[in-house]
Design a protein around this ligand. Structure first.
Ligand code: M6R
Length: 606
């Protein structure tokens, strides 16, 4: 949700920051801008739309200087115009900002009463004006920052550049992520370590509520109104080789193809190489856990819905799955000794972070399931289970999802054994099914031409229904989300048994219905739903295995035959074809699969 970057260098800073913004564009692409200092004077370039617009502006009017700040925006306050593009400047101060200053209206009123004229609709501009006012009144930039921090409410990160201060950047974070990079006589700051990967791997992560003074010689970190604190330097595991598209057209396509490795690496990390069994991470290793509450958003929520089936049927643990944005404001009644699992690819979704904090308030211990080890959600949890999908840039989550599902299934198997619910024989069979998944996913990926042909039809639909029962139901929801977010086609996921309670009214000969039907315990009932769709002229797109295709496939349907796997792990495999259908439908329609309109990869606003 907005990418921010800053750099104090000994080389031209604008190209370097533009490059860093390319790696942050997944966070938002409504507008972009840079500000630099040359001979102590502020220079600024901004453009509406994607980064390409700013590149064109910079080509016509290059920016001088060796220190600067940059921004790629996901609009919250004010439309995506040049006037609302960051950096925002007031007098000597330029600011780039991610998140929301919640008390901006009161601060704006105070400044307006003094005659300040605002030039944008953003909440950000108050930060620039408040700092500039303090500096004009004689405070140093650092004193101004110390005075400002206690006055700001909300969840945000920002970076400040001050005219006349060529060796200074000020940075702050509250809930939104921010990483400081240390170079050789250079200093950097960015929304994540990925942005800084080609510049440095020496990273200092700011804690929630920290603010920092960066100079070329190093960084000093403070809290509140200026209490100094120490934060350790770490070596980032992200390398610049991880952040390109390779030979693929889109990050999404590349990430879909990286799933065999993502699943294999996650299994390798989760399963003990000696015993082949998963270790149960704290706090789930406690005896007699009365209830698990999963909190998550979007696709991670659907991974949680899938995990509920596993945790209940394999481990016998009562499990609830909650949308993080709803849970955080509810008076949920949770038992003492319960555990919450916060699932998040980025580890930064603000809704999920706030739900995690709420779960703690309600007396729960928290396990984080994240793809980014240094993320806020990981750091605020009592235990961490890591997926090893590698950095994911496509806005539509793919490899992180199958890695989440893999980790959750392995965890449920381990809990099933620990709670005496699962025989060792069945646990071994399930682990073997998981270990076989990278190969099975690889087989699915070999049939892309078939997916392209079906997507050709799908791309012409106005509405699409996805149906699944039991373990396939969350994947039906996921398929519908994938399609709508990258093609803008209206799609709905439904529990197949619910179709007759309403959505069946939608079905006619123009309506494709994607039905997920592995041969499992729910198959016969799903088969009836297939007949009901056909009886109303619906166009069936059937995802099944060889036995299911032999039993159900009919001429006129699109039938996608997937490898036969243990039904328990089928949702992990079936997540892949729904991604491929959505991806090729987007390619067919010409929408931008990596940067769909209105969306951003990491949602750090409420
Ligand atoms: O990083 P998170 O897993 O917390 O993100 C949650 C959702 O924002 C995310 O899954 C979103 O729904 C994706 N665009 C789905 O493809």
């Amino acid at each position: 949700m907005c990418g921010i970057v800053g750099a104090l260098t000994d080389r031209p800073v604008a190209p370097l920051m533009l490059d860093a913004l390319r790696r942050l564009e997944y966070r938002g692409y409504d507008s972009a801008g840079l500000a630099t200092l040359a001979d102590g004077v502020l220079h600024r370039r901004r453009a509406a739309g994607k980064l390409a617009g700013l590149e064109a502006v910079l080509a016509a009017e290059p920016l001088p200087g060796t220190s600067g700040i940059g921004h790629t925006r996901w609009a919250t306050h004010g439309p995506p115009t040049v006037a609302n593009a960051h950096p925002h400047v007031a007098g000597r101060v330029a600011v780039v900002h991610n998140g929301i200053i919640e008390n901006h209206a009161a601060l704006k009123a105070e400044l307006k009463a003094e005659g300040v004229v605002f030039t944008s609709d953003t909440d950000t501009e108050v930060v620039a004006h408040l700092l500039d006012r303090a500096i004009r009144h004689g405070q140093t930039p650092q004193e101004a920052m110390a005075a400002l921090m206690p006055r700001l409410a909300g969840a945000f990160a920002f970076v400040v550049l001050v005219a006349g201060e060529d060796d200074l950047l000020l940075a702050a974070r509250r809930a939104s992520p921010l990483a400081i990079g240390l170079g050789d006589g250079e200093a950097f700051v960015g929304s994540d370590a990925v942005a800084l990967a080609p510049l440095t791997r020496r990273i200092v992560y700011l804690e929630d509520g920290d603010w920092a003074v960066l100079r070329r010689g190093g960084v000093r970190v403070f809290r509140d109104a200026g209490v100094p604190v120490e934060r350790p330097e770490q070596i980032s595991t992200v390398t610049s080789a991880m952040v390109g598209k390779g030979n693929y057209r889109h990050f999404m396509e590349k990430e879909i193809h990286e799933q065999p490795e993502a699943i294999a690496h996650t299994l390798h990390a989760v399963l003990d190489p000696g015993t082949g069994r998963a270790t149960i991470p704290p706090p789930l290793d406690a005896p007699g856990i009365p209830k698990i509450t999963i909190v998550a958003a979007g696709t991670s929520y659907y991974a949680g819905l899938t995990a509920r089936y596993w945790l209940e049927s394999l481990a016998g643990i009562a499990t609830e799955v909650e949308l993080a944005s709803e849970f955080r404001d509810r008076d949920a009644v949770l038992p003492p000794g319960g555990v919450a699992i916060a699932i998040s690819q980025s580890g930064e979704s603000l809704d999920t972070l706030m739900a995690l904090r709420r779960a703690k308030e309600l007396g729960q211990k928290v396990l984080a399931l994240v793809n980014v080890p240094e993320s806020t959600i990981a750091r605020e949890s009592d235990g961490v289970l890591l997926t090893r999908a590698g950095p994911e840039f496509g806005v539509a989550s793919t490899k992180a999802t199958t890695a989440q599902l893999t980790a959750l299934c392995a965890l449920a198997i381990a809990l099933g054994r620990a709670h005496g619910r699962l025989s060792e024989e069945r646990a071994t069979a399930l682990r073997e099914a998981l270990v076989g998944l990278p190969g099975r996913v690889g087989e699915v990926l070999q049939h892309e031409a078939h997916f392209m042909r079906i997507a050709h039809d799908l791309a012409r639909a106005r509405d699409v229904l996805y149906l699944g029962r039991g373990l396939s139901y969350p994947i039906a929801l996921e398929g519908a989300l994938k399609l709508k977010e990258i093609t803008y086609i209206h799609a709905e996921g439904y529990a197949a048994g619910e179709m007759k309670h309403g959505p069946i009214a939608l079905i006619d000969e123009t309506m494709p219905v994607v039905i997920l039907a592995p041969t499992d315990g729910w198959f016969e009932k799903t088969a009836s739903n297939v007949s009901e769709v056909r009886a109303r002229g619906g166009k069936v797109i059937l995802l099944t295995d060889a036995a299911g295709a032999a039993r159900l496939g009919e001429p006129g349907d699109h039938v996608i035959v997937l490898p036969t796997v243990d039904p328990m792990v089928a949702p992990i495999l079936y997540a892949v074809p729904v991604q491929l259908l959505a991806y090729y439908a987007a390619v067919e329609k010409g929408t931008d699969a990596d940067q769909p309109r209105n969306l951003a990869k990491s949602v750090t606003v409420e």
